[in-house]
Structure formats: C-alpha cells, structure tokens
Design a protein around this ligand. Sequence first.
Ligand SMILES: NC(=O)c1ccc[n+]([C@@H]2O[C@H](COP(=O)([O-])OP(=O)(O)OC[C@H]3O[C@@H](n4cnc5c(N)ncnc54)[C@H](OP(=O)(O)O)[C@@H]3O)[C@@H](O)[C@H]2O)c1
Length: 284
Amino acid sequence: MIWLIGNRGMLGTELSEALARSSLPFVGTDREVSILDQEALASFTRGKDINWIVNCAAYTAVDKAEDEAGLCRALNTDGPANIARLATSIGASLLHISTDYVFDGKGSRPYQEDDKTCPTGVYGKTKADGEAAALAACPRTVILRTAWLYGRHGPNFVTTMLRLMKEKDSIGVVADQKGSPTWARDLSHAITAILSAEENVYGIFHFTDGGEITWHDFAVEIQRLGRNYGLLENDCTVNALTTAQYPTKTHRPPYSVLSKEKIVKKYGVEVPDWKESLERFLKG
Ligand SMILES: NC(=O)c1ccc[n+]([C@@H]2O[C@H](COP(=O)([O-])OP(=O)(O)OC[C@H]3O[C@@H](n4cnc5c(N)ncnc54)[C@H](OP(=O)(O)O)[C@@H]3O)[C@@H](O)[C@H]2O)c1
C-alpha cells in the first residue's frame, strides 16, 4: 500500500485523485500525522503493509521562509529525514518531492539531475538539505524535482493571474525569468508511473511539463485561453517587467528549466507540452 503524506495540499489533492483513478491502493494523511513527530509517523504505519511513502508535505511559502527559517527547515529538511528513517525501518521506498529552487537559476541549458545544487534562499537551501537527508537515510529514495506548479487546489500563478486579470485594468509580470509550467495532474501521472513501475530506479529525477516560457508570456497565454473559455471578460493590459522592477524577498531563479530526459528514459513518463496542459486545465 502507498502512504501519501500531505494529501490536502495542491499536489497531494491532485495525486489522491490520480491514485484513485489508477486503482493503486493508498492511504493519505496531512497535518493530523505531523512529519515533525517521528513517533506519530511510526505509529501510523503499525498494522499497515506500506511499501511506498510519497511525501508531498512541505513548507512552500518561498518569501515568508526568509522570516520563518526555523519552521521552514523543520518541514523541508527534518520532516523528510524523519520520513526517510521510517521508510528504511519498515522496508518501504520513498518518493519525495523537491524543487528547481535547489539551483540558483544562472544556467543557460536545462538543469540535469547531477548538476551541482546551489540554492540561494532559505526555501531552496532547506529543500536541498531535505533531498540530501532523505537520500542518506533511505537508499530506496526517489527525489522528484518539479517547478512552476499549478492546479485546482491552493494558490498558484494561474489562479492568481485569472483573479488579478478580473480585478484590474493592468498588471505587471516579470519577463526575464524563464521556466516550465507544470500542471499538478501531469506531475501526478508521472508519480503514478513511478509507483506502478515493475522495476524501480532510485535517485534524483526531474519532471515539469514540456517547453519553456517567461512568466510574462505565460500570463499572456493564461489571458488568451481564459478569454476563449469564458473565464475572463474584461480587458486587462499585461505589462512586461524586469526582475528589478518587481523585487521579492527571495531571489528568483532567472532560468529554471529542468531536463526531463532521465525520467523519460528510465520510467517512460510522458511529458505533455505546457500549453496543451494549460488549455486542458482551463477548459475544466
Ligand atoms: N507550488 C509550487 O510551485 C512548487 C514548485 C516546485 C516544487 N514544489 C514542491 O512540491 C511539493 C508539493 O507542493 P504544494 O504546492 O502541493 O504544497 P502545499 O499545497 O503547500 O501542500 C503542503 C501540504 O503539507 C501540509 N503540511 C504542513 N505541515 C505539515 C506537517 N507538519 N505534517 C504533515 N503535513 C503538513 C500542508 O498543510 P497546511 O496547508 O495546513 O499548511 C499542506 O496540506 C512540495 O514539496 C514543494 O516544495 C512546489
């Protein structure tokens, strides 16, 4: 049986639905079994035949993390370490979700799994340390890094843009940061493919949707499709900004495209084009 931790988050909710569709047996928990409480984690597994633990729980408020470093470290580093130790002790494998923020984004070609990590903010550092802690405590660990995640549940760029475009006459969006949007449903399919593979390869993998785009051009496409599908009626001008014109507490990676070659080769995972996925998402 699969144990999905963080089942009420943006990815966790989508993954619960994908697992239910796939008929893989699973059980899900969120805050009621805290990843910070080793005994609570162990006690949950007693009497259950768990062979995979999937950890979608995390501290994800990237800017707030700069002011809440202790809590961020607890959730993103200590939590995965607790889960990895438990996985080893019960003979289960671990799939842990991580992020493009483990890189500084100064690259100019898609990041590969073995590129040196170089996080710049509290969130990225605690996620990179969480990866290392999980891999050290559980040899049968898959680290799955993703980026620019959006979905139906929880705040994200797509839903924020649609709301702002309804409320305002004009908005500004950065046009000098490039990445690959990822629909939580596509990532959930990739996770399901790993969980149902006959033979597993452990280690670090990357998954996002295919293609690359700036935040500004992503917003323009959200607007175009939003209009097509009747989600937006008013006119809103989408202005292109530089990163310097839109300062944030945390440094944002200017280039955060992740190479998907390894996951395609080892797990035969499908990588849908980001534009087609966005359209499927907005179509509903
Ligand atoms: N969102 C993105 O753009 C993005 C991009 C790249 C990678 N990722 C990674 O993808 C994964 C999933 O992200 P997401 O956006 O789905 O996150 P999310 O929506 O913030 O979900 C995280 C879940 O963990 C729960 N949680 C918090 N503290 C917990 C605890 N002590 N024990 C158990 N559960 C706890 C949260 O509950 P509360 O809501 O009550 O706090 C929430 O339900 C994370 O590893 C994240 O780092 C996300």
